[in-house]
Design a protein. Sequence first.
Lengths: 220, 232
Amino acid sequence: MTAWRGPRLRDALRLYVITDRGLARGRPESEIAREAIAGGATAIQLRWKTGPLSEALRVGRELRELCRQSNVLFVVNDRVDLALVLEADGVHLGVNDVPVADARQLVGQDMVIGFSPETLEQAIDAEAAGADYLGVGPVFPTRTKLDAGPAVGLGHLERIARAVRIPVVGIGGITVDNAGAVIRAGAVGVAVISAVVGADDVRAAAARLRQVVDEAAGLR
Amino acid sequence: MTTQRWVPRLHLISEPSVCSWERLTVLLPALLEAGVEAIHVRSRQAPASELLTVACTFRRLVAPPRILVVNDRVDLAVLSEADGVHLPEHGLRVAMVRRLLGGGRLVGRSVHSVEAAQEAVREGCDYLLFGNVFETDSKPGAPGRGLAELRAVAGAVSVPVIAVGGITPARVAEVLVAGAYGVAVIRGVLGADDPVGAVVAYRQEVDEVLRHGDPRRVERETRRTRWSADAG
């Protein structure tokens, strides 16, 4: 098993799908993830905002196994302890979570740490503190994350992508229609929730997004 | 691991909506001095970064034998060098927690039934928190589970059971008589006009029962007091 940190990470961030039980319309996370991976998702993030942790553990174990089998990056949102317990490949942190440097101390040198900066300064600080990639957004208006604030736009993403060496993923309101612009602004990939998790055909939605990302990145 | 860990009798659980972190930070040394043995850092709303800052601040104020306990989040407990973790009934498993936390730390769990209590002991909890015993503003709309249920839980397990929920100093004796090893309070202290005085009152009640040794004797005395009060 090659480590995810390093050059390999860029490819693993191309199509990053975040779970959301509310948008899945009753379909279990494992089904969504399996279909998303079949369509071309390169990373799956377990995002758990409500409900008992025992349920997050159960779902997390399923996703862990799925991602391992498919060689897909498995990331846990917010909780470093849950990421460790689930043997996740990565943990994703926001400005109100455990600081990146503290998280690095807990997870050691193998686990990927992602961070969502709100400002350019936070982005630069996170890189210095040991973050491996950044999630920047919301690039476009979104209603999935009600706490996400107003859209920051492509310009903001571009400024951050130019200022750091670690890969940047765009997030927030990304669809097949605008994913290409996100990549051209400097992102290595796109992170999506509703565009994939909320789709009638999850596999097809993931495949279309992946195609747009790959084309914009000049890989096809 | 069968190492017997010392379990505090008087626990204080934070609730920033009742007493702000700033105020609790100022009060904490006096509360510990007055007899609080364990302070639990807990808030359903506060983000992890805030809880970590608070736990690290409290860490500097809480010295042995008193202990600092972090609720739910083992990552924050490790980073703040807390003495223990308190898990919700459906939180992480104890074995996982001990792996992350290392040895010598206290791990407890909230339970709301005999079955959950027995399961928590099987997986290796050092203590249990049972409640809410009485009605409390901390759990609006939830009727107290009562002393009989507390007695059933305490009688079913081999580890200390800490009672929580609506426990006033006047109710400490009956709670301990029902089998609780200690009590945990939120509003009883943090919502009091004189929090330090409240801790002193709780402490006196706990110590009073402990001095009598066998709780059953206390039960007899409590009953006798009640009879004489009735007779009077």
